[in-house]
Write a protein that binds this ligand. Structure first.
Ligand code: GDP
Ligand code: MN
Length: 338
């Protein structure tokens, strides 16, 4: 099932597609899913929806990653629903498992405490491995080395509208680094010392903070306190060269050395969001309002009637998460001057 063809840089191609010819992929990009073998049913469903709503016209490749070897059954089920090349990769142990310098006694104590308090995934070690991997390692996997942009897809999500444009080409042509559809508040209990660690980092490295940083999206008092807003990272369209770059690499290493992925339960969503907001800046972050997306229990559904109709959306705009009380979109609107 592995496609041995090296996938070279295609880059942005703004030429008009020839009528009658299928639209081909134009950007150096891949669809990306982290999954367990046991996720196979929901993985195949997500992939099929993504293909039907978007990728059948473009044929972007898929990369599947797992810390275990993918089963033949997983590969067979997924290969049956993709429209382009597909790659299945195993994650190197050193990118996934808890590093040896973490104090296991302390990590276990903290997990037990969070579990007792009923924090979601509070007692889970595998969830912490996953969050750290998604924060600082996925973009280093050999299978994605030659790609610049990725669209993160999870098992069990839904794409509720046709995607009638190429978001990867949009990112490239408009110099965007990070795209989202849903933004909300993080659970304070999972990131108690994250913000103070971020503050220490930017005091040491003020040169990494973008002139146009979106600090005011993250903080209501100029950076003193984190307001817990983050982009929900189960959907991401982003530029891996940013994660691979100097600022984010230094940032991730600094956070990682603090141990908060294991002593607390730092999520990749706040880590990516803080990184993108501070070091890429507001002009490089894109709200993909036209992409209907559902990850239970929340949906982003385009509110604009023209977008909703053009996208043949199956979601209901009035049930969109956008202006739910728990949504951070009003704050993002303010950042964009709406
Ligand atoms: P939630 O969205 O925060 O509730 O977390 P999920 O359970 O959806 O996990 C996020 C992503 O990581 C999904 O793509 C999962 O399939 C994947 N994932 C979570 N835990 C593991 C794991 O232990 N191994 C692997 N291979 N993937 C995992
Ligand atoms: Mn999920």
């Amino acid at each position: 099932y592995d496609d041995p063809e090296p996938y070279g840089t295609i880059g942005a191609d703004t030429s008009t597609p020839t009528p009658g010819q299928p639209i081909r992929r134009r950007a150096n990009a891949t669809l990306l899913m982290l999954a367990r073998n046991s996720d196979v049913d929901e993985a195949a469903r997500s992939v099929r929806e993504m293909e039907d709503r978007f990728n059948h016209k473009y044929g972007y490749p898929w990369v599947f990653l797992n810390e275990q070897p993918f089963s033949d059954d997983f590969k067979r089920r997924v290969s049956n629903v993709v429209s382009g090349p597909v790659h299945f990769g195993q994650i190197p142990e050193e990118h996934w498992y808890q590093p040896s310098w973490i104090n296991e006694t302390r990590a276990t104590e903290e997990r037990d405490k969070m579990e007792e308090e009923g924090v979601i995934y509070g007692g889970s070690l595998s969830y912490r491995n996953m969050c750290r991997f998604n924060s600082g390692f996925f973009y280093r996997h050999p299978l994605v080395q030659n790609f610049r942009y990725y669209w993160r897809v999870e098992p069990g999500v839904h794409f509720r509208c046709d995607v009638n444009f190429d978001p990867f080409a949009y990112m490239h042509e408009n110099n965007k680094t990070y795209g989202f559809t849903i933004t909300m508040y993080e659970f304070q209990r999972t990131i108690e010392t994250l913000w103070s660690t971020v503050q220490d980092f930017i005091t040491e490295h003020p040169e990494y903070v973008a002139v146009n940083s979106a600090m005011n999206f993250l903080s209501d008092n100029g950076g003193t306190d984190y307001n817990l807003c983050h982009f929900w990272s189960n959907f991401e369209i982003a530029d891996m060269d940013f994660w691979r770059g100097e600022a984010y690499t230094a940032f991730f290493d600094y956070l990682d050395s603090h141990g908060g992925f294991y002593y607390e339960r730092w999520g990749d969503a706040p880590v990516h969001s803080i990184g993108a907001a501070l070091f890429a800046g507001k002009d490089r972050i894109q709200f993909f309002r036209e992409i209907g997306y559902e990850h239970a229990p929340y949906t982003h559904c385009p509110a604009e009637e023209d977008l909703w109709k053009q996208g043949r959306c199956s979601c209901e705009p009035s049930q969109s998460f956008d202006y739910d009380g728990y949504s951070c979109l009003p704050r993002w609107d303010r950042i964009e001057g709406r």
